[in-house]
Design a protein around this ligand. Structure first.
Ligand code: NAI
Length: 215
């Protein structure tokens, strides 16, 4: 794959472009100008041109962008066909919801294992995958070499399990726990997800856009 030097702020916008371009293809739209795309996405046309210029442009004056080509290029940059071996730690409400509803395979990941410390859950099937007891984690990882872990356990349990996971070869965390993995392992790939951050941002928007009496 070609190496790109793209800033994280652009990378963070790529999944949204990828999604929109997929919707356009579903509607049979094969090319689009930055102006049309900007109107659909609520970004400025110059922002879109700048973003796409980071990885070669793909636009032609008077033609616009080839939707499929652009989407394929974004897929390559994001590595969506990587098929990274992935395990979920914690088969509670969140772990099950993520296992059931997230299309890992379409996003570069291959969900191969789900682990929980609760023995009563061992053997239960979630999306066709058996929940395994956490005691079997070492053997499983040595045999199957997952490189990504989705942490769906309370934060206070984050540290011991994360060190164990790192020793077992995990290099990326999709981290729903409230444990600050990146601070302890700056060399790893960590994506923290805090739904509460998004909720508080909505709260700010409600406060700033609407007066007390309009809410
Ligand atoms: P839950 O109580 O339904 O499930 C947690 C599961 O993790 C339990 O089955 C438990 O046995 C297991 N577990 C705990 N420690 C473990 C360990 N060391 N190894 C293996 N399994 C372990 O809780 P729920 O609702 O699934 O939430 C899980 C965590 O995710 C909570 O701590 C919550 O704070 C956090 N959370 C984070 C969100 C976010 O946006 N970042 C959103 C929702 C929940």
């Amino acid at each position: 794959m070609a190496k790109y030097n793209i800033s994280m702020s652009v990378i963070k916008r790529l999944p949204r472009y990828y999604r929109f371009l997929g919707l356009l293809l579903d509607q049979g739209i094969t090319r689009i100008s930055s102006r049309e795309l900007s109107a659909k996405m609520g970004l400025t046309a110059s922002q879109i041109r700048q973003d796409f210029n980071c990885f070669g442009g793909f636009g032609q004056q008077g033609y616009g962008y080839n939707v499929e080509q652009l989407r394929n290029e974004i897929s390559k940059i994001l590595g969506l066909s990587n098929n990274l071996g992935t395990i979920i730690i914690g088969a509670g409400n969140l772990g099950r919801a993520i296992a059931t509803h997230m299309s890992f395979e379409e996003r570069g990941f291959n969900l191969i294992g789900i682990f929980d410390k609760n023995e009563a859950l061992a053997g239960e099937m979630v999306r066709g995958i058996p929940v395994r007891h956490i005691d079997g984690l070492d053997d499983f990882c040595r045999e199957n070499h997952p490189s990504v872990a989705v942490l769906c356990i309370p934060g206070e349990h984050g540290t011991p399990i994360e060190n164990q996971l790192v020793e077992l070869g995990i290099k990326g965390f999709w981290n729903f726990s409230h444990s600050d993995i990146a601070a302890r392992h700056p060399d790893l790939a960590v994506e923290n997800v805090h739904l509460s951050d998004s909720l508080m941002t909505l709260c700010y928007q409600m406060n700033s856009r609407f007066g007390k009496n309009d809410r």
